[in-house]
Design a protein around this ligand. Structure first.
Ligand SMILES: *Cc1c(COP(=O)(O)O)cnc(C)c1O
Length: 377
């Protein structure tokens, strides 16, 4: 199908993404590599990132919801997929039909799955989730032994994995993370689990980077793999970088006199005659409205302020006395010349984390995948 031209886009640098995957792979040694691709692969595009990661050779893809896993299967991706989120009874048939591994953290749900599997004469692969301090999902450590034994007793369930999730691995405070790791390690040592091939996993990005003792058999780092986990990567991760940029083309230019209000509510008044350009992307695409009168963009290698409220489909930039033309490329996120607007800069300005910014971009703005490989072939 022909792509409809659009003057704003997200650019995903696949060469950089593969480089990030290689850096993580080197860091984790022989551990299996599960790439979480939930929330549209942190905004990078679920199916495309899933395909590239599968080709690269990640061992697992991780998703939060059944629907994300089904989308990956429908895209022809055959690597093991683990659904992290709690399952609901009406999802059981699809979980099994699409050959998904999924998480159980209650006997009640385990029994529902088992009964369904017995009815259709199929087995399914289960990961048991143990809560060691997140208080989200997962059986508490004190009931884990009983729960694991129960799962093992149900003949249609194949217990292939056991995992937990860190609550504080992203902060310098290591005490609680260590306690979680210790509690989890005790469970792994339960006598009846010895000699099994359980895939034991716990590490998110923070733990993959900082706690090599938490890698066990598999790690699940997403932010690290997408390259934006560190504001400044330490030397052992040098070369790691975000592969996500947002760009647009200037759609309009006008000279505005002194004392004129710009955009809805006239929240910005020009102090002198100036040049105002319009950029065709807005909060309807997921560009945060909270950047109104605060954010900036790059044009012709220079930084210019956003003036007035960001609209649903466009916003205005004050370029002062600089020459800027309709059609010029605008960088809203990423590098242009020597300048760069990073996810971290934007997140700090907005009082949030990079994840939320990435996830807010929707499908109205197209994603373009740049691949150095395709230029040379
Ligand atoms: C989202 C998620 C991850 C990835 O966490 P990052 O810190 O973004 O790497 C890992 N494990 C589970 C269970 C998750 O839900």
């Amino acid at each position: 199908m022909r792509k409809i031209p659009h003057p704003a886009w997200i650019e995903i640098d696949l060469s950089q993404f593969r480089k990030n995957l290689s850096l993580v792979r080197n860091h984790i040694g022989k551990s299996l590599y599960c790439l979480p691709v939930k929330a549209n692969a942190y905004g990078h595009g679920l199916s495309e990132i899933g395909k590239v990661a599968a080709e690269f050779g990640v061992d697992y893809l991780g998703v939060a919801y059944l629907q994300e896993a089904v989308k990956l299967r429908r895209a022809g991706i055959t690597v093991p997929i683990l659904v992290f989120g709690a399952i609901h009874e009406d999802q059981i048939p699809d979980l099994i039909e699409h050959d998904l591994e999924f998480t159980l953290s209650s006997k009640f749900k385990a029994k529902l799955v088992h009964d369904y599997c017995m009815k259709i004469q199929k087995k399914c692969k289960i990961h048991a989730e143990i809560d060691t301090g997140m208080q989200r999902t997962g059986v508490r450590a004190s009931s884990a032994e009983d729960f694991l034994k129960y799962i093992i007793s149900l003949e249609s369930l194949e217990l292939v994995g056991m995992y937990s999730h860190f609550a504080t691995a992203d902060t310098p405070e290591k005490e609680f993370a260590n306690k979680q790791m210790d509690d989890f390690t005790k469970l792994i040592q339960l006598p009846f689990l010895q000699g099994t091939n359980l895939v034991v996993h716990m590490a998110n990005s923070g733990a993959t980077a900082y706690f090599s003792g938490s890698h066990f058999h598999m790690v699940r780092p997403a932010q690290l793999s997408f390259g934006f986990y560190f504001e400044n990567p330490p030397s052992c991760f040098s070369g790691l970088s975000s592969c996500f940029s947002v760009k647009a083309k200037v759609s309009y230019f006008k000279v505005v006199e002194e004392g004129q209000g710009i955009s809805y509510g006239h929240t910005h008044i020009t102090k002198k005659q100036t040049r105002i350009v319009t950029v065709p992307i807005g909060y309807g695409d997921g560009y945060p409205r909270a950047l109104s009168n605060r954010g900036s963009v790059l044009i012709r290698g220079k930084r210019f302020p956003i003036v007035g409220m960001i609209c649903m489909d466009q916003f205005m930039v004050d370029v002062g006395d600089q020459e800027v033309y309709v059609g010029d490329e605008v960088t809203l996120l990423g590098k242009q010349g020597k300048e760069e607007i990073t996810l971290w800069e934007m997140a700090k300005l907005l009082g949030t984390i990079p994840n939320e910014i990435l996830c807010s971009f929707n499908d109205r703005i197209p994603r373009i995948y740049k691949d150095a490989k395709s230029y040379t072939s």
